[in-house]
Design a protein around this ligand. Structure first.
Ligand code: SF4
Length: 714
């Protein structure tokens, strides 16, 4: 028997065919009919069936303990949910609705995301829901919103084959979005004039395969982009007519980018001025200019400004809303985009509505028939939730209980020692997950077993706004339930049964589509039946038609802004004159090196899935620190030696890899490992800092001050 589904790892959203043999064995292969991957899969996707067949670490039954010194005990679903509802009701009565919070995940399906939002925003009366997607793409969300009027990715993967210049900044798609990268490589192989520019302080596989690598100093992306903007203006590569007709803010932008000479910019970035000139020349002469970025841009204390500085380059050249052109933020998680659509962040409501907009709140309250007013201020974001749990000073946020769904914050949050203390201090912790590998289970008062990939049905949206349906293929083991059912059962226990009396995920999805009516995210034309028939569609996809979808053969809207009418109130896109400073943690004599964290080819996030597949572990069996040979020599560090990395908040011990792939002054540590060798000394986020971008609230994972020394046994 075969089933068409979607990979549950990264935001590329590859189509997968799962084969189920009579003996129960599963195999997977790329779906040749899926437009995103056209049959290709990367190493992670190709090994997905192993994560399903190995049930050894699955959570099978609800568990509970009356205090943290006691072991978890198996209980019934009713007992676990009734106790949790009783605790939530008591806390809400005593401290108000903001005393509880949900921390969810870009791996949640759209239906789960929607329902938990409805519960807390529309029925509990708090906006305390945020997602681990806050850690990877919230700066892009704000960047799109400020420039284009709404959080809307304007491009699609088919633009790859239409572009002739790729500007890849702060991303390593060769490892982290491999199928997108293979499409770029194949396009370049067939069209040798195509140019790839990679901006990254590290010489990654993407950088190695590019025509031009700009190994800038960490934190200088805006300096570089403003310098490119200046050259595009000076060389006459801007689109004057497009600017006059469709763009606001050009005068201030020009003044800003003219403040620095190219020589100054090159000096600050630590690269050759000619490399900046070549980049501007290639972009200026291109017919299709596609920029791609991820964490190197987003995970920054100035992440929004970085995004704006890049989107600006598309606006001044008119390279947006046309085939092969546009700013493309790649999402890290399979349904980070779906979470954005349903309002899965502390500051938004379904269909890109805003919690601070009274008309938007009223629309949603009416639709949900809410018994409470939706709060008019954003709730706590990811890092703010953990800070609030730890803060019991008078006047601090009253957060007491947190419900964590399908994410592993004790590996993925910054400043982990603080996050761990916060979870210890929390009055009540619910962990809803698939596997007991989640480091949070040790801190949970209640553990709820969730169905995994292939064990539940629902939808996801990939990085190009493509919605796909995931069928249920297998029964979940033990008493594990689909996340959406856990949420509606809990809502019923809270006394909201009338509004949460669902029987299927399809009912939840249908309700969600109706709340999008008339918005720019309109998916009223999408249903499970349509998705099963068409395999996937791209939003917007309103009922009775699909807007600009004629070019896609009825599969939805490939590109946004083809009429150059943007989602701002005056339909004009906005240029932003962004200052080029960086506000990251300062280095000093004690902590003179900059640490950047990131991903490796065969692991995904906190390894709760990929870490179970032995052939994926072979690529890098242990965490490691990449350090430049010059920095290593100054410290007496040999290749392969155990080193101690110390920062202002913690330490890590791993083996050193001496390589010129990192700049002098910079070192790199993968972020995947949690409790390494049964202690916490492999956790990169022991060292990262709590700084966040003030607008996107995204952490500064790429820039922490550290010192590295050979490890001496005490
Ligand atoms: Fe899965 Fe991403 Fe690999 Fe595609 S590129 S197979 S979506 S991990």
């Amino acid at each position: 028997m075969t089933h068409q589904t979607t990979c549950c790892y990264c935001g590329v959203g590859c189509g997968i065919v799962v084969r189920q043999e009579p003996n129960g064995r599963l195999t997977v292969e790329g779906d040749k009919d899926h437009p995103s991957n056209q049959g290709m899969l990367c190493s992670k996707g190709m090994n997905l069936h192993y994560t399903v067949m190995d049930q050894s670490d699955r959570l099978l039954y609800p568990q509970m303990r009356l205090n943290r010194s006691m072991p978890l005990q198996r209980v019934s679903w009713d007992t676990a949910l009734e106790r949790t509802a009783a605790v939530f009701r008591t806390l809400i009565q005593k401290y108000g609705p903001d005393s509880v919070a949900f921390y969810v995940s870009g791996q949640c399906l759209t239906e789960e995301y929607y329902l938990v939002n409805k519960l807390i925003k529309g029925f509990i009366g708090s906006n305390n829901i945020d997602t681990n997607s806050r850690l990877c793409m919230s700066s892009a969300v704000v960047g799109y919103k400020l420039s284009l009027g709404e959080d809307s990715v304007p491009v699609c993967y088919d633009d790859i084959e239409e572009a002739d210049v790729f500007y890849v900044q702060g991303a390593n798609p060769a490892w982290c979005h491999p199928i997108i990268w293979r499409r770029i490589e194949a396009h370049k192989a067939a069209n040798p004039h195509v140019k790839i520019i990679c901006v990254d302080p590290r010489r990654t596989d993407t950088a190695r395969s590019s025509d031009l690598h700009l190994p800038i100093r960490p934190g200088t992306d805006i300096v570089l982009n403003n310098a490119i903007g200046r050259l595009l203006i000076e060389k006459g590569y801007i689109d004057d007519e497009f600017i006059v007709d469709h763009i606001d803010g050009f005068t201030a932008y020009r003044e800003q980018v003219m403040q620095r000479t190219i020589a100054e910019a090159a000096d600050l970035c630590g690269i050759d001025a000619d490399a900046i000139r070549t980049t501007a020349e290639w972009i200026g002469r291109s017919k299709g200019f596609l920029s791609l970025w991820t964490m190197g841009m987003n995970q920054s204390v100035v992440g929004v400004n970085k995004n704006l500085s890049l989107i600006n380059l598309h606006l001044i050249t008119g390279r947006i809303g046309k085939p092969g052109n546009g700013p493309f933020s790649l999402t890290g998680q399979p349904n980070a985009m779906g979470g954005r659509e349903v309002g899965g962040l502390a500051n938004v409501l379904p269909a890109h509505r805003d919690v601070t907009n009274p008309a938007h709140r009223a629309e949603v309250e009416t639709f949900w028939n809410s018994p409470v007013k939706i709060a008019d201020k954003p709730g706590l974001t990811a890092t703010e939730m953990f800070e609030a749990l730890a803060d019991d000073r008078p006047g601090a946020a009253p957060l007491k209980a947190i419900w964590i769904i399908n994410t592993n914050p004790l590996v993925s949050l910054p400043d982990l020692n603080a996050a761990e203390s916060a979870l210890k201090k929390a009055r009540y912790v619910v962990v809803q997950d698939v596997s007991n590998r989640a480091d949070t289970v040790a801190f949970a008062d209640v553990v709820l077993p969730a169905a995994a990939w292939l064990e539940k049905e629902g939808t996801m949206t990939n990085a190009e706004r493509r919605i796909t349906y995931l069928p249920k293929v297998l029964n979940a083991p033990g008493e594990a339930l689909p996340d959406v059912e856990i949420i509606w059962r809990f809502a019923q226990k809270m006394g909201f049964g009338d509004a949460f009396s669902y029987n299927t995920a399809a009912e939840v999805y249908h309700e969600y589509t109706q709340i999008t009516a008339g918005t720019n995210v309109d998916v009223t034309g999408v249903s499970y039946e349509l998705l099963k028939a068409k395999r996937s569609v791209q939003w917007p996809y309103p009922a009775g038609g699909w807007g600009q979808g004629a070019e896609s053969g009825g599969a939805g809207t490939k590109r946004l802004f083809t009429d150059h009418s943007f989602y701002t109130t005056n339909q004009r896109a906005q240029l932003h004159a962004v200052p080029d400073g960086n506000n990251s943690e300062p280095t000093d004599d004690d902590f003179p090196l900059v640490l950047t964290t990131g991903r490796i080819r065969d692991q995904w996030h906190t390894m709760t899935k990929t870490g179970r597949v032995s052939r994926l572990n072979q690529h890098a069996p242990q965490p490691f620190l990449q350090i430049h040979p010059k920095d290593a020599e100054e410290r007496g560090i040999q290749h392969g030696q155990l080193v101690e990395i110390k920062g202002r908040r913690g330490e890590v011990r791993v083996k050193a890899q001496l390589t010129e792939d990192v700049r002098p002054g910079l070192c790199f540590l993968p972020m995947h490992w949690g409790k390494f060798l049964n202690n916490t000394l492999g956790r990169a986020n022991n060292l990262t800092n709590p700084l966040i971008d003030p607008r996107s609230k995204e952490p500064d994972f790429k820039f922490s001050a550290v010192q590295v020394t050979p490890y001496q046994k005490p």
